[in-house]
Design a protein around this ligand. Structure first.
Ligand code: NAD
Length: 687
């Protein structure tokens, strides 16, 4: 027997059905069973005139239990529960607080009215998980907000706050005082009247508005199958009788929930949920952080400052150079002004955020900071000097973080007498936009300092991943193996645009050569020069990128790199001069170009990623295989709907993967280290 997750209380002639399934009142089989039984009781008890459906604790049903979605669903299923509420002659009012998402929101839409506490959010995030709402969401929401708005909300998984939901007509009233009392009063005011959404007509919409909503949803949703299916279902709400449309919606939901894409997206969902919970940090509490000092007001420093201001922190921005400080402060101001101009932020909120910023050249003020984030030039000598100074000025217990991309964190921490306080916080550019944050563990980093980094990630609405201290950490190290493999393929006969197109078609946001042009070929060039002495002379080395740099082709900023950019506002164009340069490099090595097809390109690139991930796991730089998926999806444009490289690897099966790596080792040549697959294939236990 499942434990009771629903109880029935009374408030005079109104039943109060309380869903109590902590922590988020997820809509599990036990919850569905309990609500159904309560509705039957409401119907049978002549002394009751209506009911309120409410969540115990801090929320209504904040979503479904996703673990159920990969298996046969237990009865009763949600549509049957909603049908019972609609069939019951007495009104049921949903009392919403916290979050009413997914199946929880569909249940609320099946009720006769919705009363929400301020602070509630509602939404249908199913499409972001590769499915569509399966319990009437695509049919009932359009009846409230019309087709164009329903398409926008459902296809993007947008969450509406209570006030916006009231304005859109999704909730009937906001509860000013006690939610439960307000909902009971509302239920009583209905005086036994039913207000079924299924009996309402879908409001008429202009064809142009519908077409516009469809086009932008398809574009933003990258034409994924769930987006198209959701659009079709919403459009059907105006054309097909409700019972037929509900059956069709359910059938699509059933098909999609066991699709490969839905499994991949659920895998990524769980990997992200767990990324900041590290078994190795269990018991460590984050240190309190209110004031953040950022050192270096360049590209990264100003982005980090914006992210911290937007999360409500007070920020002290420090520089060595008055002009650089001024430029950084202006960049931050322009960011907020742009948000206000674009209608994304209220002027008062922007003013409030900017008022929390202090830009200064007075380093003694570092004593005020709880967390210091250094973002100065990528030079170990400079960083060591800066850390020596920070460590002397920052208060005891303050966390000292470096935003280094590649440098040895221990060499930086050693410049202080407090290496336990030193961690890495590797943000991605632009730091206020990119989701990923690598939290780097040095050899002396204290667990609570690392926990502080992970907690900061959450506060900044980022996905934080713990990584060991190794050249490039998890992300840049894997990316460099991936790019290197792509260079091998170009040397062997593929063209850069063919490689880019194949990987973009697979789903990467951009191909590796277009990315290289965008970020500038000189960064990697300088790094290769710095590491030249320690490189294995026998290892395979592709000279093409060096030759491009020597020819002054440093990427987009010089108008030419792997591609040519005749106009600043135009995309990359193929350049015959690059093909000639590649031909010369091949000829120097006596390589005869051979044809590649897209499948081979994608396969080799993915195998290279998986191989490097396995090496990182074996070295303990990545602690969990799923962390690699989180890093690649959130920081490197790997398609989320493919679940990440580890998800892909596990799908291949051990034998095929192993043969693939052998083949990769053969065609990569000397210097390639073939990994053992064990750590990539082992599934972590999921709570
Ligand atoms: P940047 O050149 O734009 O900015 C660096 C700033 O640091 C400059 O304003 C400079 O005046 C200041 N600075 C230099 N030495 C200083 C000192 N001793 N004291 C105080 N301020 C000093 O560089 P960036 O792109 O913002 O990179 C900063 C760091 O972030 C580097 O370690 C870099 O590797 C890392 N990073 C960069 C990116 C990226 O894409 N740009 C991404 C991740 C990490």
């Amino acid at each position: 027997m499942s434990e009771a997750r629903v109880r029935m209380e009374r408030d005079g002639d109104i039943a109060v059905i309380v869903i109590d399934n902590p922590p988020i009142n997820a809509g599990s089989a036990a919850v569905r069973q309990g609500v159904l039984a309560a509705v039957r009781q409401l119907e049978a008890d002549a002394s009751l005139r209506g009911a309120v459906l409410i969540g115990a604790g801090g929320t209504f049903i904040a979503g479904s239990d996703l673990r159920e979605f990969g298996q046969p669903l237990a009865e009763p299923q949600l549509p049957a529960v909603i049908a019972a509420i609609e069939a019951c002659p007495k009104p049921v009012v949903a009392a919403l607080h916290g979050a009413a998402l997914g199946g929880g929101f569909e249940l609320a839409l099946g009720c006769d009215a919705r009363v929400a506490a301020p602070g509630t959010v509602v939404g249908l995030p199913e499409v972001t998980l590769g499915i569509i709402p399966g319990a009437g969401g695509t049919q009932r929401l359009p009846r409230l907000v019309g087709i164009p708005r329903a398409i926008r909300m459902i296809c993007s998984g947008e969450r509406l706050a209570a006030a916006a939901a009231l304005e859109a007509g999704i909730v009937d009233a906001l509860a000013e005082g006690d939610l439960r009392t307000a909902a009971v009063v509302h239920a009583r005011s209905l005086a036994g009247r039913k207000q079924r959404l299924r009996e309402r007509a879908v409001p008429a919409a202009a064809a142009a508005a519908v077409a516009e909503a469809v086009q932008s949803a398809l574009k933003a949703g990258k034409r994924r199958p769930a987006v198209q299916a959701a659009i079709d279902a919403v459009l059907a709400s105006a054309r097909v009788p409700m019972s037929e449309a509900l059956a069709d919606e359910r059938a699509v939901f059933e098909r999609l929930r066991v699709s490969r894409e839905a499994f991949a997206l659920r895998h990524q969902f769980f990997a992200e949920r767990d990324s900041a919970k590290h078994p190795s940090l269990e018991g460590a509490s984050p240190r309190a952080v209110q004031r953040v000092a950022v050192i270096g007001a360049g590209t990264m420093g100003s982005g980090i400052a914006i992210a911290a201001l937007e999360a409500g922190h007070e920020v002290l921005l420090l520089e060595q150079d008055a002009a650089a400080l001024e430029r950084g402060a202006t960049r931050i101001h322009e960011h907020f002004a742009g948000r206000v101009r674009g209608g994304k932020l209220e002027a008062a909120a922007a003013a409030c955020a900017e008022a929390r910023l202090q830009a200064s050249l007075d380093w003694s003020r570092l004593a005020e900071a709880d967390l210091v984030i250094e973002a100065v030039f990528e030079d170990v000598g400079v960083k060591r000097q800066v850390f020596e100074r920070i460590a002397a000025l920052a208060r005891p217990g303050a966390v000292l973080a470096s935003n280094t991309s590649y440098l040895d964190l221990d060499a930086i921490a050693d410049a202080t007498r407090r290496p336990q306080d030193v961690i890495g916080l590797h943000f991605f550019s632009p730091a206020n936009v990119m989701k990923l944050l690598e939290v780097v563990r040095g050899k002396s980093s204290a667990p609570d300092a690392l926990a502080t980094g992970l907690a900061l990630g959450k506060r900044l609405k980022k996905v934080a991943v713990l990584t060991g201290n190794a050249f490039g950490f998890i992300g840049n190290r894997i990316y460099s193996a991936y790019r290197c493999q792509c260079e091998f393929m170009v040397e062997e006969g593929a063209t850069p645009d063919q490689v880019d197109a194949a990987l973009q078609h697979f789903g990467f946001a951009m191909g590796p050569f277009a990315v290289a042009d965008l970020s500038g070929l000189d960064i990697a060039w300088r790094m290769r020069q710095a590491r030249a002495a320690s490189r294995d002379p026998a290892a395979r080395y592709v000279h093409i990128p060096d030759r491009l740099c020597e020819a002054g082709r440093l990427g987009r900023k010089t108008g030419a790199g792997y591609y040519v950019y005749p106009r600043a506002d135009e995309g990359p164009q193929v350049d015959p001069a690059v093909q000639a340069l590649i031909d010369r490099c091949r000829a120097d090595k006596g390589i005869v170009a051979r044809p590649f097809d897209d499948a081979e390109i994608v396969r080799r690139a993915l195998l290279a990623i998986v191989n490097e991930a396995a090496l990182l796991l074996a070295e303990g730089v990545a602690e969990r295989a799923t962390d690699v998926d989180v890093v690649l999806v959130n920081g490197y444009g790997f398609p989320r709907w493919e679940g990440g490289p580890v998800f892909w690897a596990r799908e291949q099966g051990e034998a095929a993967l192993s043969a693939g790596l052998d083949e990769l080792a053969r065609c990569s040549g000397p210097g390639f280290v073939r990994a053992a697959l064990g750590p990539v294939l082992t599934e972590e236990a999921r709570a």
